[in-house]
Design a protein around this ligand. Structure first.
Ligand code: FES
Length: 108
């Protein structure tokens, strides 16, 4: 299991999705800060080609909505919670190291 730091916590605005592509990473991630927590998912929707970071975040439901056809995903688990997406996006375990937002890369 390896870890990678993906952003500065202080640079993240509340409930504003941000796309990052960590160096050496093959795909982009979407980061969402809600209060003192940060959620990290794969940025690409599982329905078609759309970037979740361009979608809206629903703080009260802990969900992010795809901007293309409106599927929603659980920010904690990555599960698809509304059609037309049915497959989950990868959700990452997140931890803070001082001001850095870091994730665990599963299977590495
Ligand atoms: S591309 Fe995301 S719901 Fe269709």
């Amino acid at each position: 299991m390896s870890e990678v730091c993906v952003a500065s916590f202080a640079a993240l605005e509340e409930a504003l999705p941000v796309r990052v592509t960590p160096e050496g990473f093959k795909k982009s991630l979407v980061l969402v800060r809600l209060g003192e927590k940060v959620y990290v998912l794969d940025d690409m929707c599982t329905h078609a080609e759309a970037s979740l970071s361009e979608g809206e975040c629903y703080e009260e439901d802990l969900e992010i909505e795809c901007p293309l056809h409106g599927a929603t995903f659980d920010l904690s688990t990555g599960e698809a919670t509304c059609l037309p997406a049915t497959a989950a996006v990868q959700a990452y375990k997140v931890f803070l190291r001082e001001d850095e937002v870091c994730i665990e890369i599963p299977g590495e």
